[in-house]
Ligand binder design. Structure first.
Ligand SMILES: Cc1cc2nc3c(=O)[nH]c(=O)nc-3n(C[C@H](O)[C@H](O)[C@H](O)COP(=O)(O)OP(=O)(O)OC[C@H]3O[C@@H](n4cnc5c(N)ncnc54)[C@H](O)[C@@H]3O)c2cc1C
Length: 453
Protein backbone atom coordinates (compact mmCIF):
# COMPACT_ATOMS: atom_id res chain seq x y z
CA UNK A 1 0.00 0.00 0.00
CA UNK A 2 1.17 3.47 -0.76
CA UNK A 3 -0.36 6.69 0.51
CA UNK A 4 -1.63 9.20 -2.01
CA UNK A 5 -2.78 12.70 -1.28
CA UNK A 6 -4.31 15.37 -3.45
CA UNK A 7 -4.05 19.09 -2.80
CA UNK A 8 -6.02 21.82 -4.59
CA UNK A 9 -4.49 25.28 -4.29
CA UNK A 10 -4.14 28.50 -6.26
CA UNK A 11 -0.34 28.43 -6.41
CA UNK A 12 2.47 26.03 -5.69
CA UNK A 13 5.88 27.42 -4.73
CA UNK A 14 8.82 25.08 -5.26
CA UNK A 15 11.60 25.86 -2.76
CA UNK A 16 11.28 27.15 0.80
CA UNK A 17 14.29 29.50 0.90
CA UNK A 18 13.86 33.21 1.53
CA UNK A 19 12.59 33.81 -2.03
CA UNK A 20 10.01 31.01 -1.87
CA UNK A 21 8.78 32.05 1.57
CA UNK A 22 8.45 35.69 0.54
CA UNK A 23 6.54 34.72 -2.63
CA UNK A 24 4.20 32.50 -0.60
CA UNK A 25 3.57 35.24 1.98
CA UNK A 26 2.86 37.86 -0.69
CA UNK A 27 0.38 35.56 -2.44
CA UNK A 28 -1.24 34.44 0.80
CA UNK A 29 -1.74 38.06 1.87
CA UNK A 30 -3.80 38.52 -1.31
CA UNK A 31 -5.99 35.64 -0.14
CA UNK A 32 -4.59 33.00 -2.48
CA UNK A 33 -4.06 29.47 -1.20
CA UNK A 34 -0.43 28.44 -1.50
CA UNK A 35 1.56 25.31 -0.86
CA UNK A 36 5.35 25.50 -0.47
CA UNK A 37 7.29 22.37 -1.43
CA UNK A 38 10.74 22.11 0.20
CA UNK A 39 13.14 19.22 -0.32
CA UNK A 40 14.99 19.63 2.98
CA UNK A 41 13.62 18.75 6.42
CA UNK A 42 13.21 22.47 7.24
CA UNK A 43 12.43 25.62 5.29
CA UNK A 44 14.86 28.56 5.39
CA UNK A 45 17.24 27.79 2.51
CA UNK A 46 20.81 29.11 2.67
CA UNK A 47 19.88 32.25 4.54
CA UNK A 48 18.95 30.51 7.78
CA UNK A 49 22.44 28.95 7.76
CA UNK A 50 24.28 32.30 7.41
CA UNK A 51 25.90 34.18 10.30
CA UNK A 52 25.22 37.84 9.54
CA UNK A 53 24.26 39.57 6.31
CA UNK A 54 26.06 42.24 4.31
CA UNK A 55 25.99 45.20 4.17
CA UNK A 56 24.17 45.82 7.48
CA UNK A 57 25.69 42.92 9.46
CA UNK A 58 22.24 42.05 10.80
CA UNK A 59 21.85 38.58 12.29
CA UNK A 60 20.65 36.30 9.45
CA UNK A 61 18.71 33.96 11.69
CA UNK A 62 16.90 36.91 13.37
CA UNK A 63 15.57 38.03 9.97
CA UNK A 64 14.83 34.60 8.50
CA UNK A 65 13.16 32.89 11.48
CA UNK A 66 10.19 35.33 11.64
CA UNK A 67 9.61 34.85 7.90
CA UNK A 68 9.70 31.06 8.31
CA UNK A 69 7.27 31.27 11.24
CA UNK A 70 4.98 33.75 9.44
CA UNK A 71 4.70 31.38 6.47
CA UNK A 72 4.19 28.33 8.69
CA UNK A 73 1.41 30.04 10.67
CA UNK A 74 -0.37 31.71 7.76
CA UNK A 75 -3.84 30.26 7.27
CA UNK A 76 -3.47 30.35 3.48
CA UNK A 77 -0.07 28.60 3.37
CA UNK A 78 0.71 24.91 3.72
CA UNK A 79 4.32 23.81 3.97
CA UNK A 80 5.35 20.45 2.65
CA UNK A 81 8.91 19.64 3.72
CA UNK A 82 11.12 16.67 2.87
CA UNK A 83 9.43 16.45 -0.53
CA UNK A 84 11.04 15.39 -3.79
CA UNK A 85 9.52 17.09 -6.83
CA UNK A 86 8.91 14.30 -9.36
CA UNK A 87 7.19 16.38 -12.03
CA UNK A 88 5.65 19.77 -12.69
CA UNK A 89 3.57 19.99 -15.85
CA UNK A 90 0.21 21.03 -17.22
CA UNK A 91 -2.46 18.37 -16.84
CA UNK A 92 -5.28 17.60 -19.28
CA UNK A 93 -7.70 19.99 -17.48
CA UNK A 94 -5.32 22.90 -18.16
CA UNK A 95 -4.23 23.28 -14.54
CA UNK A 96 -0.67 22.65 -13.38
CA UNK A 97 0.08 19.43 -11.57
CA UNK A 98 3.10 19.03 -9.30
CA UNK A 99 3.79 15.46 -8.23
CA UNK A 100 5.81 15.35 -5.03
CA UNK A 101 7.14 12.31 -3.25
CA UNK A 102 7.16 13.02 0.46
CA UNK A 103 10.15 11.09 1.77
CA UNK A 104 9.61 9.13 4.98
CA UNK A 105 11.02 10.82 8.09
CA UNK A 106 10.19 7.63 10.03
CA UNK A 107 8.54 10.03 12.46
CA UNK A 108 4.86 10.90 12.28
CA UNK A 109 4.74 14.68 11.71
CA UNK A 110 1.30 14.95 13.28
CA UNK A 111 2.40 13.20 16.47
CA UNK A 112 5.93 14.62 16.94
CA UNK A 113 5.97 17.45 19.52
CA UNK A 114 9.62 18.40 18.93
CA UNK A 115 10.69 17.47 22.48
CA UNK A 116 13.98 15.94 21.16
CA UNK A 117 13.86 13.01 23.64
CA UNK A 118 14.62 10.67 20.72
CA UNK A 119 17.64 12.80 19.79
CA UNK A 120 19.01 12.87 23.35
CA UNK A 121 18.76 9.08 23.66
CA UNK A 122 20.09 8.15 20.21
CA UNK A 123 23.60 6.63 20.57
CA UNK A 124 24.75 7.35 16.98
CA UNK A 125 26.81 10.44 16.11
CA UNK A 126 27.07 11.63 12.51
CA UNK A 127 28.85 14.69 11.02
CA UNK A 128 26.32 17.54 11.05
CA UNK A 129 25.87 18.94 7.54
CA UNK A 130 24.02 21.95 9.00
CA UNK A 131 27.19 22.88 10.93
CA UNK A 132 29.53 22.52 7.95
CA UNK A 133 30.40 18.98 9.06
CA UNK A 134 32.43 20.39 11.99
CA UNK A 135 30.30 19.03 14.82
CA UNK A 136 28.09 15.99 15.25
CA UNK A 137 24.38 15.35 15.25
CA UNK A 138 22.40 12.25 16.15
CA UNK A 139 21.01 9.74 13.65
CA UNK A 140 17.52 10.91 14.66
CA UNK A 141 17.45 14.67 14.97
CA UNK A 142 15.77 18.02 14.39
CA UNK A 143 18.03 19.74 11.82
CA UNK A 144 18.66 22.90 13.88
CA UNK A 145 17.14 24.69 16.85
CA UNK A 146 14.88 27.06 14.87
CA UNK A 147 13.99 24.56 12.13
CA UNK A 148 10.44 24.67 10.82
CA UNK A 149 8.73 22.29 11.26
CA UNK A 150 10.10 21.19 14.66
CA UNK A 151 9.85 17.54 13.70
CA UNK A 152 12.56 14.90 14.04
CA UNK A 153 13.90 13.00 11.04
CA UNK A 154 15.52 9.59 11.25
CA UNK A 155 18.57 9.18 9.03
CA UNK A 156 18.22 5.57 7.87
CA UNK A 157 21.75 5.48 6.45
CA UNK A 158 23.15 5.66 9.98
CA UNK A 159 20.36 4.21 12.19
CA UNK A 160 21.27 0.90 13.87
CA UNK A 161 17.63 0.16 14.75
CA UNK A 162 18.42 -0.06 18.47
CA UNK A 163 14.84 1.00 19.24
CA UNK A 164 15.76 3.62 21.87
CA UNK A 165 14.06 6.51 20.07
CA UNK A 166 10.84 4.56 19.76
CA UNK A 167 10.91 3.67 23.49
CA UNK A 168 11.48 7.21 24.77
CA UNK A 169 9.10 9.00 22.41
CA UNK A 170 6.24 10.26 24.64
CA UNK A 171 3.77 10.42 21.72
CA UNK A 172 4.70 7.17 19.88
CA UNK A 173 5.67 9.22 16.84
CA UNK A 174 8.58 7.05 15.68
CA UNK A 175 7.47 4.78 12.85
CA UNK A 176 10.18 2.53 11.37
CA UNK A 177 7.74 1.36 8.71
CA UNK A 178 6.72 4.76 7.35
CA UNK A 179 6.37 4.74 3.55
CA UNK A 180 6.95 7.48 0.97
CA UNK A 181 3.78 9.35 0.11
CA UNK A 182 2.85 10.64 -3.34
CA UNK A 183 1.22 14.05 -3.24
CA UNK A 184 -0.46 15.53 -6.29
CA UNK A 185 -0.76 19.29 -6.11
CA UNK A 186 -3.19 20.93 -8.53
CA UNK A 187 -2.64 24.65 -8.95
CA UNK A 188 -3.31 27.39 -11.44
CA UNK A 189 0.14 28.97 -11.03
CA UNK A 190 3.59 27.88 -9.91
CA UNK A 191 6.66 29.76 -8.73
CA UNK A 192 10.08 28.14 -8.99
CA UNK A 193 12.30 29.31 -6.12
CA UNK A 194 14.77 26.44 -5.97
CA UNK A 195 17.83 28.62 -5.38
CA UNK A 196 21.46 27.67 -5.93
CA UNK A 197 24.10 25.27 -4.74
CA UNK A 198 27.86 25.65 -4.57
CA UNK A 199 30.29 24.03 -6.99
CA UNK A 200 32.02 21.06 -5.40
CA UNK A 201 35.34 21.43 -3.57
CA UNK A 202 36.27 18.15 -5.22
CA UNK A 203 36.09 19.63 -8.73
CA UNK A 204 39.18 21.79 -8.30
CA UNK A 205 42.37 19.66 -8.12
CA UNK A 206 44.56 22.82 -8.07
CA UNK A 207 42.91 23.73 -4.75
CA UNK A 208 43.33 20.27 -3.22
CA UNK A 209 40.06 18.59 -4.33
CA UNK A 210 38.66 18.93 -0.81
CA UNK A 211 41.54 16.89 0.67
CA UNK A 212 43.29 19.74 2.54
CA UNK A 213 41.61 19.91 5.96
CA UNK A 214 42.26 23.62 6.51
CA UNK A 215 40.81 24.62 3.16
CA UNK A 216 37.09 25.17 3.73
CA UNK A 217 34.25 26.72 1.74
CA UNK A 218 32.43 29.95 2.48
CA UNK A 219 29.27 28.29 3.83
CA UNK A 220 31.47 26.44 6.35
CA UNK A 221 32.99 29.78 7.36
CA UNK A 222 29.46 31.13 7.85
CA UNK A 223 28.91 28.36 10.41
CA UNK A 224 32.25 29.05 12.18
CA UNK A 225 31.15 32.69 12.53
CA UNK A 226 27.54 31.98 13.52
CA UNK A 227 26.44 32.59 17.14
CA UNK A 228 25.17 28.99 17.31
CA UNK A 229 28.08 27.57 15.32
CA UNK A 230 29.89 24.30 15.98
CA UNK A 231 32.54 25.68 18.37
CA UNK A 232 31.08 29.07 19.40
CA UNK A 233 34.38 30.56 18.21
CA UNK A 234 36.55 30.45 15.12
CA UNK A 235 38.89 27.45 15.22
CA UNK A 236 40.54 25.72 12.33
CA UNK A 237 39.30 22.19 11.68
CA UNK A 238 42.55 20.20 11.66
CA UNK A 239 43.70 20.85 15.25
CA UNK A 240 41.27 23.31 16.90
CA UNK A 241 43.88 26.11 16.83
CA UNK A 242 42.76 29.74 16.58
CA UNK A 243 44.07 30.76 13.14
CA UNK A 244 46.51 33.70 13.10
CA UNK A 245 46.37 34.15 9.37
CA UNK A 246 43.33 33.57 7.17
CA UNK A 247 43.05 33.86 3.39
CA UNK A 248 40.02 34.13 1.12
CA UNK A 249 40.41 32.88 -2.45
CA UNK A 250 37.92 34.62 -4.74
CA UNK A 251 36.54 33.22 -8.01
CA UNK A 252 37.43 29.72 -6.79
CA UNK A 253 34.71 28.23 -8.96
CA UNK A 254 33.20 31.12 -10.91
CA UNK A 255 34.56 32.96 -13.95
CA UNK A 256 36.32 29.69 -14.59
CA UNK A 257 35.63 27.83 -17.84
CA UNK A 258 37.44 24.72 -16.56
CA UNK A 259 34.65 24.42 -13.95
CA UNK A 260 31.92 25.08 -16.52
CA UNK A 261 31.05 28.30 -14.67
CA UNK A 262 32.15 31.21 -16.89
CA UNK A 263 29.81 33.72 -15.21
CA UNK A 264 30.29 35.77 -12.02
CA UNK A 265 28.48 34.38 -8.95
CA UNK A 266 27.78 37.97 -7.87
CA UNK A 267 27.71 37.65 -4.07
CA UNK A 268 31.16 36.19 -3.32
CA UNK A 269 33.09 39.50 -3.13
CA UNK A 270 30.58 40.87 -0.67
CA UNK A 271 30.30 37.82 1.56
CA UNK A 272 34.09 37.40 1.66
CA UNK A 273 34.41 41.04 2.77
CA UNK A 274 31.65 40.45 5.34
CA UNK A 275 33.34 37.32 6.69
CA UNK A 276 36.71 39.09 6.80
CA UNK A 277 35.16 41.92 8.85
CA UNK A 278 33.45 39.48 11.23
CA UNK A 279 36.74 37.57 11.59
CA UNK A 280 38.66 40.69 12.45
CA UNK A 281 36.14 41.20 15.25
CA UNK A 282 36.39 37.60 16.45
CA UNK A 283 40.19 37.36 16.07
CA UNK A 284 41.51 40.94 16.39
CA UNK A 285 45.18 39.91 16.06
CA UNK A 286 44.75 37.74 12.96
CA UNK A 287 46.05 38.75 9.51
CA UNK A 288 43.27 38.52 6.95
CA UNK A 289 43.95 38.56 3.21
CA UNK A 290 41.51 38.49 0.30
CA UNK A 291 42.99 37.32 -3.04
CA UNK A 292 40.71 38.75 -5.72
CA UNK A 293 40.49 39.32 -9.49
CA UNK A 294 38.12 42.35 -9.26
CA UNK A 295 35.96 43.52 -6.37
CA UNK A 296 32.33 43.69 -7.49
CA UNK A 297 30.57 45.82 -4.89
CA UNK A 298 27.45 46.39 -6.96
CA UNK A 299 24.62 47.12 -4.50
CA UNK A 300 23.51 50.01 -2.37
CA UNK A 301 26.15 50.85 0.30
CA UNK A 302 28.34 47.96 -0.89
CA UNK A 303 31.25 50.17 -2.02
CA UNK A 304 31.25 51.84 1.41
CA UNK A 305 31.28 48.38 3.00
CA UNK A 306 34.37 47.48 0.93
CA UNK A 307 36.10 50.70 1.94
CA UNK A 308 35.30 50.06 5.61
CA UNK A 309 36.97 46.65 5.31
CA UNK A 310 40.12 48.25 3.87
CA UNK A 311 40.11 50.79 6.70
CA UNK A 312 39.91 47.92 9.20
CA UNK A 313 43.24 46.59 7.91
CA UNK A 314 42.04 43.68 5.78
CA UNK A 315 44.59 43.05 3.03
CA UNK A 316 43.31 42.99 -0.56
CA UNK A 317 45.75 41.34 -2.99
CA UNK A 318 44.85 41.54 -6.69
CA UNK A 319 45.95 38.12 -7.77
CA UNK A 320 44.85 34.87 -9.31
CA UNK A 321 45.57 31.98 -6.96
CA UNK A 322 47.14 29.19 -9.01
CA UNK A 323 47.30 26.44 -6.42
CA UNK A 324 46.93 25.47 -2.77
CA UNK A 325 48.96 22.78 -1.02
CA UNK A 326 49.12 21.33 2.48
CA UNK A 327 52.21 22.65 4.32
CA UNK A 328 53.81 21.98 7.74
CA UNK A 329 51.79 22.22 10.98
CA UNK A 330 48.47 22.34 9.19
CA UNK A 331 49.33 25.48 7.22
CA UNK A 332 48.19 25.92 3.61
CA UNK A 333 50.65 27.15 0.98
CA UNK A 334 49.10 29.64 -1.44
CA UNK A 335 50.80 30.12 -4.79
CA UNK A 336 49.54 33.16 -6.71
CA UNK A 337 50.30 35.43 -9.61
CA UNK A 338 50.44 39.03 -8.42
CA UNK A 339 48.50 41.12 -10.94
CA UNK A 340 49.85 44.48 -9.73
CA UNK A 341 53.56 43.84 -9.17
CA UNK A 342 53.87 40.78 -11.40
CA UNK A 343 55.62 37.53 -10.56
CA UNK A 344 54.60 34.35 -8.81
CA UNK A 345 54.59 34.39 -5.01
CA UNK A 346 54.27 31.60 -2.43
CA UNK A 347 53.04 32.30 1.07
CA UNK A 348 51.23 30.34 3.74
CA UNK A 349 48.12 30.82 5.86
CA UNK A 350 46.63 28.88 8.80
CA UNK A 351 43.20 28.65 7.19
CA UNK A 352 41.97 29.22 3.62
CA UNK A 353 38.35 29.93 2.61
CA UNK A 354 37.25 29.28 -0.97
CA UNK A 355 34.57 31.43 -2.61
CA UNK A 356 33.15 28.63 -4.73
CA UNK A 357 30.89 29.18 -7.73
CA UNK A 358 27.12 29.10 -7.62
CA UNK A 359 25.19 26.77 -9.86
CA UNK A 360 21.47 26.05 -10.13
CA UNK A 361 20.17 23.77 -7.36
CA UNK A 362 17.49 22.21 -9.56
CA UNK A 363 17.73 20.89 -13.10
CA UNK A 364 14.20 20.65 -14.53
CA UNK A 365 15.27 18.26 -17.32
CA UNK A 366 12.89 15.29 -17.31
CA UNK A 367 10.80 16.82 -14.50
CA UNK A 368 9.36 20.00 -15.96
CA UNK A 369 9.36 21.43 -19.51
CA UNK A 370 10.41 24.92 -18.33
CA UNK A 371 13.43 26.21 -20.27
CA UNK A 372 16.82 26.84 -18.70
CA UNK A 373 19.41 29.33 -19.94
CA UNK A 374 23.00 28.48 -20.99
CA UNK A 375 24.15 28.93 -17.37
CA UNK A 376 21.73 26.22 -16.15
CA UNK A 377 19.45 28.64 -14.26
CA UNK A 378 15.76 29.10 -15.17
CA UNK A 379 15.50 31.18 -18.35
CA UNK A 380 13.62 34.42 -18.10
CA UNK A 381 11.75 35.14 -21.35
CA UNK A 382 11.87 38.88 -20.67
CA UNK A 383 14.96 39.53 -18.53
CA UNK A 384 14.74 43.32 -18.77
CA UNK A 385 11.00 43.94 -18.58
CA UNK A 386 9.63 41.04 -16.55
CA UNK A 387 12.46 38.93 -15.12
CA UNK A 388 10.16 36.47 -13.36
CA UNK A 389 8.38 35.22 -16.53
CA UNK A 390 9.48 31.75 -17.66
CA UNK A 391 8.85 29.89 -20.90
CA UNK A 392 5.82 28.13 -19.34
CA UNK A 393 2.55 29.98 -19.01
CA UNK A 394 1.56 30.37 -15.37
CA UNK A 395 5.03 29.40 -14.13
CA UNK A 396 7.24 32.12 -12.64
CA UNK A 397 10.78 32.17 -11.19
CA UNK A 398 12.06 33.94 -8.09
CA UNK A 399 15.37 34.39 -6.30
CA UNK A 400 18.56 32.52 -7.09
CA UNK A 401 16.67 29.91 -9.15
CA UNK A 402 16.93 32.41 -12.01
CA UNK A 403 20.63 33.22 -11.37
CA UNK A 404 22.94 34.02 -8.44
CA UNK A 405 21.80 37.04 -6.45
CA UNK A 406 21.93 38.61 -3.02
CA UNK A 407 19.09 38.57 -0.49
CA UNK A 408 17.86 42.07 -1.35
CA UNK A 409 17.41 41.12 -5.01
CA UNK A 410 16.02 37.66 -4.16
CA UNK A 411 13.31 39.23 -1.99
CA UNK A 412 12.50 41.96 -4.52
CA UNK A 413 12.18 39.33 -7.23
CA UNK A 414 9.99 37.19 -4.97
CA UNK A 415 7.58 40.13 -4.62
CA UNK A 416 7.60 40.61 -8.39
CA UNK A 417 6.92 36.89 -9.01
CA UNK A 418 4.03 36.99 -6.52
CA UNK A 419 2.53 40.02 -8.29
CA UNK A 420 2.81 38.34 -11.70
CA UNK A 421 1.34 35.11 -10.33
CA UNK A 422 -1.51 37.03 -8.63
CA UNK A 423 -2.49 38.87 -11.78
CA UNK A 424 -2.33 35.57 -13.69
CA UNK A 425 -4.50 33.92 -11.02
CA UNK A 426 -7.05 36.70 -11.03
CA UNK A 427 -7.63 35.90 -14.69
CA UNK A 428 -8.06 32.17 -13.92
CA UNK A 429 -10.69 30.14 -12.12
CA UNK A 430 -10.03 29.85 -8.41
CA UNK A 431 -10.64 26.52 -6.64
CA UNK A 432 -14.26 25.83 -5.71
CA UNK A 433 -13.43 24.82 -2.12
CA UNK A 434 -13.92 27.06 0.92
CA UNK A 435 -11.27 29.79 1.27
CA UNK A 436 -10.21 28.72 4.75
CA UNK A 437 -7.02 26.63 4.62
CA UNK A 438 -5.79 23.99 2.22
CA UNK A 439 -7.59 20.69 2.15
CA UNK A 440 -5.30 17.68 2.03
CA UNK A 441 -7.23 14.57 1.32
CA UNK A 442 -5.05 11.53 2.14
CA UNK A 443 -6.36 8.15 1.27
CA UNK A 444 -4.61 4.78 0.84
CA UNK A 445 -4.30 3.73 -2.79
CA UNK A 446 -3.51 0.33 -4.26
CA UNK A 447 0.21 0.00 -4.91
CA UNK A 448 -0.25 0.37 -8.69
CA UNK A 449 -0.62 4.10 -7.93
CA UNK A 450 3.20 4.14 -7.68
CA UNK A 451 3.52 3.73 -11.41
CA UNK A 452 1.50 6.88 -11.92
CA UNK A 453 3.85 9.02 -9.74
C1 LIG B 1 28.55 31.79 1.88
C2 LIG B 1 27.41 32.70 1.47
C3 LIG B 1 27.16 33.86 2.19
C4 LIG B 1 26.14 34.73 1.77
N1 LIG B 1 25.95 35.88 2.47
C5 LIG B 1 25.01 36.77 2.05
C6 LIG B 1 24.82 38.03 2.72
O1 LIG B 1 25.48 38.30 3.73
N2 LIG B 1 23.91 38.90 2.22
C7 LIG B 1 23.18 38.65 1.08
O2 LIG B 1 22.42 39.50 0.63
N3 LIG B 1 23.33 37.44 0.43
C8 LIG B 1 24.21 36.52 0.89
N4 LIG B 1 24.35 35.31 0.24
C9 LIG B 1 23.41 34.99 -0.86
C10 LIG B 1 22.11 34.38 -0.29
O3 LIG B 1 22.42 33.15 0.29
C11 LIG B 1 21.08 34.22 -1.41
O4 LIG B 1 20.77 35.50 -1.93
C12 LIG B 1 19.77 33.61 -0.92
O5 LIG B 1 20.00 32.43 -0.19
C13 LIG B 1 18.86 33.30 -2.13
O6 LIG B 1 17.67 32.76 -1.64
P1 LIG B 1 16.78 31.73 -2.49
O7 LIG B 1 15.57 31.47 -1.69
O8 LIG B 1 16.63 32.25 -3.86
O9 LIG B 1 17.67 30.40 -2.61
P2 LIG B 1 18.13 29.33 -1.50
O10 LIG B 1 18.54 30.00 -0.25
O11 LIG B 1 19.13 28.46 -2.21
O12 LIG B 1 16.80 28.49 -1.20
C14 LIG B 1 16.28 27.59 -2.16
C15 LIG B 1 15.47 26.52 -1.45
O13 LIG B 1 14.89 25.65 -2.43
C16 LIG B 1 15.04 24.30 -2.01
N5 LIG B 1 15.04 23.44 -3.22
C17 LIG B 1 16.01 23.31 -4.16
N6 LIG B 1 15.62 22.43 -5.12
C18 LIG B 1 14.38 21.99 -4.76
C19 LIG B 1 13.46 21.06 -5.32
N7 LIG B 1 13.71 20.40 -6.46
N8 LIG B 1 12.29 20.84 -4.69
C20 LIG B 1 12.00 21.49 -3.52
N9 LIG B 1 12.85 22.39 -2.93
C21 LIG B 1 14.01 22.64 -3.54
C22 LIG B 1 16.37 24.29 -1.28
O14 LIG B 1 16.46 23.18 -0.39
C23 LIG B 1 16.31 25.64 -0.54
O15 LIG B 1 15.66 25.51 0.71
C24 LIG B 1 25.34 34.42 0.63
C25 LIG B 1 25.59 33.22 -0.07
C26 LIG B 1 26.60 32.37 0.34
C27 LIG B 1 26.87 31.12 -0.44
Amino acid sequence: MRLEAKIEVDAVVIGGGIAGLQTALDLAEQDYLVVVVEKDASVGGKMIRLSKVFPTLDCASCITTPKMAAAAHHENISILTYGDLKSLDRSSDGRLEAVVEKKPRFVDEAKCIGCRQCEYDCPILVADENQGGFSARKAIHIPFSNAIPQVATLDVDHCILCGRCEKVCPTQAVDYFQQPQTIRIHAAAAVIATGFQMTSLHDKPQYGSGEITNVIDALQMERLLAPHGPYNRVLRPSDGMEPDSIAFVQCAGSRDRSMGVPYCSRVCCMYAIKQAMLLSGALPLADITIYYMDIRAFGKNYEQFFQNAQAMGIQFVKAKVASLAAAENGAVEVCYEDQVNGGVTRTSHDLVVLSLGKIAAWNPFGTCPVEVAEDGFIRSVSPRLAATLTSMEGVFAAGAAAGPKDIVDAIAEAGAAAMKAASYLSACHRPKQARSGVSINVKPQPSRAVAMG
